[in-house]
Design a protein around this ligand. Structure first.
Ligand SMILES: Cc1cc2nc3c(=O)[nH]c(=O)nc-3n(C[C@H](O)[C@H](O)[C@H](O)COP(=O)(O)O)c2cc1C
Length: 348
């Protein structure tokens, strides 16, 4: 991406699209490019449905408004309202439905979900550079059983969201983000970081975070916090147990709402922020290795690293190390996209 920091900061959620059609090949290439940009430990599994022709958009609209139609609210609303909503879905040029596949463990499920959300963010950024606007849609008012049945959502699979996509004429105004410094804690000594040029100094990490916080996040809850672990007893224990080769670690933490839907949206928003950070760090002299280690599910270990109740670690980023070292990293995730029908599987 040419001007990544500018793209991240200037991208806006777009809810009104022009009539200009979006070609299927543009969508498929955005998806492939976005998948190739994803870098993390572990191989994620996910799938994607695409509704781009009039018939599949109609099918999608039908299953989205089915829940509305059956609700008490709909009985109070004029029929015109549901017709309008249906029309809006049909008139949106393209819809991509993202699903994280099931995993054997909670960790594998998180790996899959984090990958999908990060790829969705890259799709948004790559699309923005080509003049495409998008809305990440998860509204439970429309997305109920009829929709989940239609997309064939299986037990333990996680629906991540629909990206509604189209060209647009008007860009909405920006809504501010809180500077990362206000959500930032250093754990351990800072002195080593200031003297060792191979290690990312806190100010350079903060600089990237201040761009990365321009991630989409529903309700502008900004549900994140950052713990920069440069040392300390808990970190030393992790290191001596062979759990991390490198320090410093940047822990990217999600604050947890009581409502499960908001919890999921917030986790997704934090994944978008992490993806922004990783993309931005590509132009730094140090490396980023992204993990969801086993220990993030151990409450005591997290507590020792400063985690508060109602918080969880979404990503552990090992920062530093020589960029020229060959890596045995994971393969880019395979793109599985089902084109223009909810039942037919099409080739890429
Ligand atoms: C996980 C997630 C779910 C979202 N769900 C919705 C939604 O259901 N409806 C909606 O209008 N916007 C939704 N959004 C978009 C946010 O409202 C939007 O990102 C936020 O207002 C910030 O605006 P910006 O994206 O222009 O920076 C969602 C965003 C994310 C990351």
């Amino acid at each position: 991406m040419k001007n990544l920091s500018g793209t991240i900061r200037e991208r806006r959620t777009i809810r009104r699209y022009s009539d200009a059609p979006v070609e299927q090949k543009v969508i498929v290439s955005l998806l492939n490019e976005a998948a190739a940009l994803y870098e993390a430990e572990g191989t994620p599994h996910w799938r994607c449905l695409y509704a781009g022709d009039p018939e599949s958009r109609e099918e999608l609209a039908e299953c989205m408004i089915a829940k509305m139609k059956g609700s008490t609210l709909a009985r109070l609303l004029p029929a015109k309202m549901t017709d309008l909503m249906k029309k809006q879905i049909i008139n949106t040029p393209a819809h991509l439905i993202f699903i994280a596949e099931s995993g054997e463990t909670e960790r594998q499920q998180d790996i899959n979900y984090a990958a999908v959300c990060s790829i969705m963010q890259s799709v948004q950024l790559l699309g923005w550079e080509q003049g495409l606007g998008m809305l990440w849609y998860t509204d439970p008012m429309m997305l109920g059983e009829p929709f989940y049945q239609k997309i064939g959502l299986r037990e333990k699979e996680r629906f991540a969201g629909i990206l509604e996509i189209g060209y647009f004429d008007r860009t909405p105004r920006a809504r501010k983000r809180t500077p990362a410094e206000r959500s930032w804690t250093i754990l351990g000594e800072e002195s080593r970081l200031l003297t060792d040029p191979a290690l990312p100094a806190p100010h350079s990490v903060l600089k990237l975070l201040n761009d990365a916080v321009w991630a989409p996040n529903d309700g502008l809850r900004e549900p994140w916090r950052f713990i920069y672990v440069t040392g300390g007893e808990a970190a030393r224990q992790l290191r001596s147990a062979g759990k991390h080769a490198l320090l410093p670690l940047l822990l990217v933490v999600a604050t947890e709402e009581a409502d499960p839907h908001k919890q999921q949206e917030d986790y997704a928003a934090v994944c978008c922020l992490v993806q922004n950070f990783q993309l931005l760090a590509k132009s730094e002299p140090w490396k980023v290795r992204r993990h969801i280690p086993e220990w993030v599910y151990e409450r005591d270990q997290c507590k020792a690293l400063g985690l508060r109740p109602l918080e969880r670690i979404v990503a552990v980023l090992e920062l530093g190390g020589d960029k020229n070292d060959p890596e045995s990293g994971s393969l880019p995730p395979e793109v599985r996209i089902e084109l223009n029908s909810f039942v037919k599987t099409g080739p890429l």
